[in-house]
Design a protein around this ligand. Structure first.
Ligand SMILES: Cc1cc2nc3c(=O)[nH]c(=O)nc-3n(C[C@H](O)[C@H](O)[C@H](O)COP(=O)(O)O)c2cc1C
Length: 406
C-alpha cells in the first residue's frame, strides 16, 4: 500500500482522543431500537464495524430529550437507559474500538405520538410538520425563550450522561434539517429576536448548545459537529453562510467538523446521491394514506441525483480554508481506495464512512489486507436508507441476496 493511502490506517488523535486509525463509522440511523430500546441487533450491527477495524463507531440519533425524537424508536440519553447503554458500550469497547454518539433533536418535524411536554413539536419558528401529517399533527410551534433554555439544557444533560456512561466522544448534529440546523437555516428560522436575522444571530442557539456540551464534558473530551454546507431547499442555507457557521463552531472550540449537506425532511438526496430512495420509501410507508402522501411529495423531495465519488470534497475544502483549529472529517461518497487515497492526499484528518461499511463492515481489515486492489461492492443503490423502516432495520440488499443464494 502506498504511503498516502496507508495514512488512513495509521493511528491519529481526534482532539484528546487516541484512535487506532483515521476511519470512523458515520452515524446511520440503525432502525434497530424499537421503542428506544438497546437491542442485540443494534449491538451486533456496531460490533461488526468495530471488529472489522474502524477506529470509532457512531451510535446514531442519541435523543437529547423525549420530545426531540422523530418517533418513539430513538434512544433517549436519560437515566433509565443507563444500564443497557453501559452494557452496550462495554461490549463495543472490548473490541478495541471507540464509540461516539450523535446527539440529535428533531425540532419541528416529528411523528412521535408520545410527545411529553406539549401536543406539538417545537422549532425556532412556527412551521408545517410534514411528518406529523401521518399522526394528525401537521403543525409545529415556535420555541419561547424558556423553551430554548430547556432545549439547550437538554444538550447539557445528555452530554453529561453520555460521558458518564462511557461514550468516548459526542457528535452534535448541526445539519440535515434537525433542530440546530433549523435555527441556522434562514428558511426555518424567521425569528425577530436575538436568535433570528443575521447568521450570527441564527447561530446563537447552536453555539449555546455547543457551549452547554463543552461545559458538560470538559476540555479533555472530543466534540465533533456535523454541519450542512447547504440545505438544498429554496430559501435555505447556502455556502457563504455555511462558511460562517464553520468559523463560529471553530472559534467556539469544537474539536472536529464534519461537512455534509441536504435536509432529511425536505431534500435528503444530496446527502447520499445515487439511486432515488422514493420507491423504497413508498414501499415501506406504514399505511395507504402515508403511501399516497409520499407518492405526492416524492417528485419534489427525492429527485434523482447521479452518484459521484467524493461529492462533498470541493465544498469541504472551502470550509477547511475558514477553519483554524478544528480537525476536519470528510464524509460523502468515499467508496473506493482511490478516493480514500485522495482525501488523505488532501490532508483530511479523518474519514467517516456510511454505506460502504454497511455493505462491508470489515472494510478496514479487508482494505489493509488487499491494499489498492480492494473493492467494497457498494453500488450506492441506497436500499440501506429505505431499509431503516423494514423489520430488522438497516441492512445491505446485496449482502442479503448473497446470504439467500448461499
Ligand atoms: C441508512 C442510512 C442512515 C443514515 N442516518 C444518518 C443519521 O442518523 N445521521 C446522520 O448525520 N447522517 C445519516 N446518514 C448519512 C450518513 O451519515 C452519511 O453522511 C452519508 O451516507 C454519506 O456517506 P457515505 O457515502 O459514506 O454513505 C445516513 C445514511 C444512511 C445510508
Amino acid at each position: 500500500m502506498n504511503a498516502t493511502l496507508s495514512k488512513a490506517f495509521e493511528p491519529a488523535k481526534l482532539g484528546p482522543l487516541q484512535l487506532k486509525n483515521r476511519i470512523i463509522k458515520a452515524a446511520t440511523f440503525e432502525g434497530k431500537t424499537p421503542d428506544g430500546q438497546v437491542t442485540r441487533e443494534l449491538i451486533d450491527f456496531h460490533k461488526d464495524f468495530c471488529e472489522g477495524g474502524v477506529a470509532m463507531t457512531t451510535i446514531a440519533y442519541c435523543a437529547t430529550e423525549p420530545d426531540g425524537r422523530i418517533h418513539e424508536n430513538m434512544i433517549l440519553m436519560t437515566e433509565e437507559m443507563r444500564d443497557p447503554l453501559t452494557a452496550m458500550l462495554q461490549e463495543l469497547h472490548a473490541t478495541g474500538a471507540k464509540v461516539s454518539g450523535q446527539m440529535g433533536h428533531c425540532g419541528h418535524f416529528s411523528k412521535n405520538k408520545k410527545l411529553q411536554r406539549l401536543k406539538r413539536p417545537l422549532g425556532p419558528s412556527r412551521h408545517f410538520n410534514n411528518l406529523g401529517m401521518m399522526i394528525g399533527r401537521p403543525f409545529a410551534g415556535a420555541m419561547t425563550e424558556a423553551d430554548i433554555d430547556y432545549f439547550v439544557n437538554s444538550y447539557y444533560e445528555a452530554a453529561l450522561f453520555m460521558k458518564d456512561i462511557g461514550f468516548d466522544a459526542v457528535e452534535i448534529h448541526f445539519g440535515h434539517g434537525y433542530a440546530l440546523s433549523q435555527f441556522i437555516s434562514p428558511l426555518t428560522n424567521r425569528r425577530r429576536d436575538q436568535y433570528g436575522g443575521s447568521i450570527e444571530n441564527r447561530m446563537r442557539v447552536p453555539l449555546r448548545a455547543l457551549q452547554a456540551v463543552r461545559k458538560a464534558v470538559g476540555d479533555d473530551f472530543p466534540i465533533l459537529g456535523k454541519m450542512g454546507m447547504f440545505d438544498a431547499v429554496r430559501g435555505g442555507l447556502k455556502e457563504p453562510e455555511a462558511l460562517v457557521v464553520a468559523e463560529l463552531l471553530d472559534r467556539e472550540g469544537i474539536d472536529a467538523i464534519i461537512t455534509s449537506g441536504g435536509t432529511s425532511s425536505y431534500n435528503p438526496m444530496p446527502m447520499f446521491r445515487g439511486d432515488s430512495i422514493a420507491p423504497g420509501i413508498i414501499k415501506t410507508a406504514p399505511n395507504l394514506f402515508s403511501k399516497l402522501l409520499v407518492k405526492m411529495m416524492a417528485p419534489a423531495m427525492f429527485k434523482d441525483m447521479p452518484y459521484e465519488e467524493l461529492y462533498f470534497l470541493d465544498g469541504h475544502k472551502r470550509v477547511r480554508e475558514r477553519v483554524k483549529n478544528a480537525q476536519m472529517v470528510y464524509v460523502g461518497g468515499c467508496h473506493t481506495m482511490e478516493s480514500l487515497e485522495k482525501v488523505m492526499a488532501e490532508g483530511v484528518d479523518f474519514v467517516q464512512l456510511g454505506r460502504i461499511l454497511i455493505k462491508d463492515p470489515a472494510f478496514v481489515n479487508n482494505a489493509m489486507a488487499k491494499g489498492e486492489k480492494y473493492r467494497s461492492g457498494c453500488t450506492h443503490c441506497n436500499y440501506c436508507v429505505t431499509s431503516i423502516d423494514l423489520p430488522g432495520g438497516v441492512h445491505c440488499i446485496l449482502n442479503a441476496e448473497d446470504a439467500r443464494a448461499s
